[in-house]
Design a protein. Structure first.
Length: 404
C-alpha cells in the first residue's frame, strides 16, 4: 500500500488523532514524520522496539569473554587491532593514576595546595604557580619507571603483525620503552619528548627542560629567565587542543579496526573516551579494567553494553591489566612469547624500529636481546676496540648484522 493510502487506514487515523489530542503537531505532508509514525505503530503491533538501533545483531564472537576474544583472534579475524589505554596501564609500574580513590594522584596533591586537583594540569594555574607542575613532572619524567606486562603485550601484538595503533592517554612513554614502534603509538595527551615556551610556542630542547626540572625551583626559574617565558613539556593540559596527529589518524584508523581493546582507563576524558564509539558495529570490544566504565547506559557515546541483553560484542575482564592480558595470552598460546619479551626488557629509546613481522627466528631474538642490553653492548664494543682492532672489527660487524 502506498504511504497516502496507508495514512487513511482507520488505525492510523486513530493514532494521528490521539497524538493531536495530546497536543503534538502532526504534519501529514511530512513523509519523514509519517514514516516514523508508521514504523512505531508497526513495531508496537509486532511487539518489538521501534528504535532500529535497539535491534540486536548476532554475536560477533562465540562467547562474550576472554576465551571468545582469543578464538576470534585465532581464527584470523583480528588483523587491525586498536588498543586504547590510560593511566591504569602504568599503575603496576609504580605510577599512580588520577582517579583511583586513595592511591590516585587527585587524592594525593594536598602538598601543592591546589584549588582543585585538576588545577595541576591547568595552564592558568601553571602560569601563576608553576612549581607544583614542575615538581610532579620531575617524578613522572620518563626514565624513572619500567614498562609493565601490559606494555609488553602491546609489543607482542606488534610482533604478531596485528597492532594497527595504540592510542594512549599516558604521558609516560612506556609503550615505546617496551619496544612498540613510534609510528604505532599515538600519544593523545602528549608526552615529555619535546618542549615549548608557553607564550611564543618556540621549541626548547627537552633536555634543557629536564635538567632544569631536576634542579628544582632554582633550575626552572633560570630556564624561564633564559627563554623569557615559562617552558612546558608538550603534554596536553586541560582546555588545550589534542595533537594534530591524533585527529588525523583517528579518522583513518577506527573505521578499519576489527578488534578494539581498551584498558586501564576511566574513560572520562573527552574527546579520547568517545573513540570507543568510532569502530564499526561488527567490531568486538574488550575492556580490561578494575571497574566497569564507558557504558552506553550511562551516556557514553556508542558505549559498551556490558551486562545488557542487547550486548552482542562487548567483553569485560574485571581486574588488573597485567592479569587480564596474561589470561588472554594463555588462551592464545602466546604466554611463552610474552614471557620472552618481558625477559628481554625495555629497549633504548633511540633504537625504536619500524613494524616487524611475526616470528621468533634466532636473529630476531638476538636483535631483541640486543635492544634490551644496548648499554652493555656499547661498553663491550668499546672495550673490544680498545683491546684489539680485530676483536673490535668483529664486534662491529656483529653490531651491523643485529641492527638490520
Ligand atoms: P584515571 O581517570 O585515573 O583512570 C584510571 C582507570 O584505570 C580507573 O578506572 C582504574 O580503576 C583503572 N585502573 C587502575 N589501575 C589499574 C590496573 N592495574 N589494571 C586495570 N585497571 C586499573 O586515568 P585515565 O587514564 O582514564 O585518565 C586520563 C588522564 C590520566 C590522562 O590525561 C593522562 O595523562 C593522565 N595520567 C597519566 C599517567 C601516566 O602517564 N602513567 C598517570 C596519571 C594520570
Amino acid at each position: 500500500m502506498p504511504l497516502p493510502s496507508l495514512l487513511q487506514a482507520p488505525e492510523v487515523r486513530q493514532l494521528i488523532q490521539l497524538l493531536r489530542d495530546k497536543g503534538l503537531t502532526v504534519d501529514e505532508d511530512d513523509p519523514e514524520q509519517m514514516a516514523g509514525l508508521l514504523q512505531t505503530r508497526l513495531a508496537k503491533s509486532l511487539g518489538i522496539s521501534a528504535d532500529i538501533s535497539d535491534m540486536v545483531p548476532d554475536k560477533v564472537i562465540p562467547n562474550l569473554d576472554i576465551a571468545g576474544i582469543a578464538q576470534y583472534i585465532q581464527e584470523g579475524k583480528a588483523k587491525r587491532v586498536i588498543v586504547m589505554v590510560g593511566a591504569g596501564l602504568s599503575t603496576a609500574a609504580g605510577i599512580p593514576d588520577f582517579r583511583t580513590p586513595g592511591t590516585g594522584l587527585y587524592d594525593n596533591l594536598q602538598k601543592y595546595n591546589l584549588p582543585d586537583p585538576q588545577a595541576i594540569f591547568s595552564i592558568d594555574h601553571f602560569r601563576k604557580h608553576p612549581g607544583a607542575f614542575y615538581e610532579l613532572a620531575r617524578d613522572l619524567w620518563p626514565g624513572n619507571y619500567a614498562p609493565t606486562t601490559a606494555h609488553f603485550f602491546l609489543r607482542l601484538l606488534e610482533e604478531k603483525g596485528l597492532l594497527l595503533r595504540c592510542y594512549t592517554q599516558n604521558i609516560d612513554s612506556l609503550e615505546e620503552l617496551a619496544g612498540v614502534s613510534r609510528e604505532l603509538v599515538v600519544a593523545a595527551h602528549g608526552n615529555f619528548s619535546s618542549a615549548h615556551g608557553i607564550d611564543t610556542g618556540v621549541a626548547v630542547p627537552v633536555q634543557e627542560l629536564q635538567n632544569a626540572v631536576q634542579r628544582g625551583e632554582e633550575g626552572w626559574a633560570a630556564l624561564r629567565s633564559k627563554w623569557g617565558e615559562l617552558v612546558k613539556p608538550d603534554i596536553v593540559f586541560f582546555g588545550e587542543a589534542l595533537p594534530e596527529r591524533f585527529r588525523r589518524l583517528l579518522r583513518q584508523d577506527f573505521t578499519q579496526c576489527d578488534l578494539l581493546i581498551v584498558m586501564g582507563t576511566s574513560l572520562v576524558v573527552a574527546p579520547f573516551c568517545e573513540c570507543i564509539g568510532f569502530v564499526g558495529d561488527s567490531c568486538p570490544r574488550l575492556l580490561v579494567n578494575r571497574e566497569l566504565v564507558g557504558l552506553e547506559s550511562r551516556g557514553a557515546y556508542r558505549g559498551f553494553r556490558i551486562g545488557e541483553e542487547r550486548n552482542y560484542r562487548d567483553v569485560f575482564y574485571e581486574g588488573d591489566c597485567d592479569v587480564g592480558l596474561e589470561a588472554l595470552c594463555k588462551d592464545l598460546g602466546w604466554a611463552e612469547d610474552l614471557a620472552q619479551l618481558k625477559a628481554i626488557g625495555p629497549v633504548a629509546p633511540h633504537r625504536q624500529k619500524s613494524s616487524r613481522a611475526v616470528g621468533s627466528s634466532g636473529g630476531k631474538l638476538l636483535g631483541a636481546w640486543f635492544n634490551g642490553h644496548w648499554g652493555a653492548m656499547h661498553l663491550a664494543l668499546a672495550v673490544a676496540a680498545v683491546i684489539s682492532p680485530i676483536a673490535g672489527g668483529i664486534a662491529l660487524r656483529c653490531w651491523h648484522a643485529l641492527s638490520k
